[in-house]
Design a protein around this ligand. Structure first.
Ligand code: 9WO
Length: 263
């Protein structure tokens, strides 16, 4: 998969996204990441990329033409059709289903704004979708773009090694079509006995079915307690419903039935 980053700081995205799983995937040739700096496409001695906002107010707005030229250069670098995504808090929230959708594309162009943002006409003409990574304001779209690259790259076939893939398999979407995910179960390593507590005995039992059941149950319980918005009890499998309700009963909590998305 080909990633192109249009940004005043394209190296920043490549640095952040170039470590660990993503860096290894790039070394394996599963993805490439190319930066395009609108400053390199700006005209004049000053190479301006921004100007004052019409209507007044603080800050600067990114000019249409340098961005458009950088985007055109990125598009022209490869004949495959490019999805162009603008990173902004006004975008649709990124989730695992969107990451999967993007991972199926041949290429992705991530447009990163700075200052107060980008001239709306450039966005209307060139951008296919706006994506947000959460309800907060950053100093620019670059960190958000690095998040998208990371979330998408690890879904590319061959990006994860066997151990990493196996870990992911146990957190398949909770139900058909929901596209959601369960929160992770707790993890423990040595020592078995520590001043801060003991490791849950089931993890030391060697009973692999029992361990898988406990982990699934913990994942369901944590998701129910911390992120109820990720679980619809009606769409859980019977087995998951039973696991969850058993855990809730053990914790002295009411069963999942009846609760309809309450906090
Ligand atoms: C800055 C600012 C300063 C004073 C008054 C209003 C202001 N708004 C902004 C602003 O929204 N700047 C953005 C910075 C312009 C577009 C790129 N920037 C950005 C992207 N910040 N946060 C994101 C982002 C992207 C994706 N998901 C979450 C946040």
């Amino acid at each position: 998969m080909r990633f192109d980053i249009v940004s005043l700081f394209p190296d920043f995205v490549a640095q952040v996204a170039g470590h660990g799983v993503v860096g290894r995937a790039a070394e394996r040739g599963l993805l490439s990441l190319t930066g395009w700096n609108p400053r390199d496409y700006a005209e004049g001695n000053y190479r301006r990329v921004d100007d004052r906002p019409f209507g007044g107010g603080p800050g600067m707005v990114m000019l249409i033409d340098p961005l458009r030229a950088a985007l055109a250069a990125a598009r022209a670098a490869d004949p495959a059709p490019a999805r162009v995504v603008y990173m902004s808090p006004q975008g649709r929230p990124l989730d695992q289903a969107k990451a999967r959708e993007l991972a199926a594309l041949p290429r992705l162009v991530l447009l990163c704004g700075r200052y107060e943002g980008v001239d709306e006409r450039l966005l209307a003409a060139e951008v296919d979708e706006e994506l947000s990574i959460g309800d907060y304001v950053l100093s620019g779209g670059e960190l958000a773009a690095a998040v998208v690259v990371d979330a998408v790259a690890r879904l590319l076939p061959g990006a994860l090694n066997d151990a990493e893939s196996a870990a992911q398999d146990s957190f398949e979407p909770p139900a058909e079509g929901e596209g959601g995910l369960l929160l992770d179960c707790p993890h423990y390593t040595r020592p078995v006995e520590h001043e801060l507590g003991a490791v849950p005995p089931v993890l030391l039992s060697g009973n692999h079915a029992g361990i898988a059941r406990w982990r699934r149950q913990q994942a369901l319980l944590r998701t129910w307690q911390r992120r109820r918005d990720l679980i619809d009890p009606a769409t859980l499998s019977k087995a998951d419903r039973r696991l969850l309700d058993e855990a809730l009963a053990e914790a002295g909590l009411p069963p999942s039935a009846g609760a309809q998305g309450a906090a």
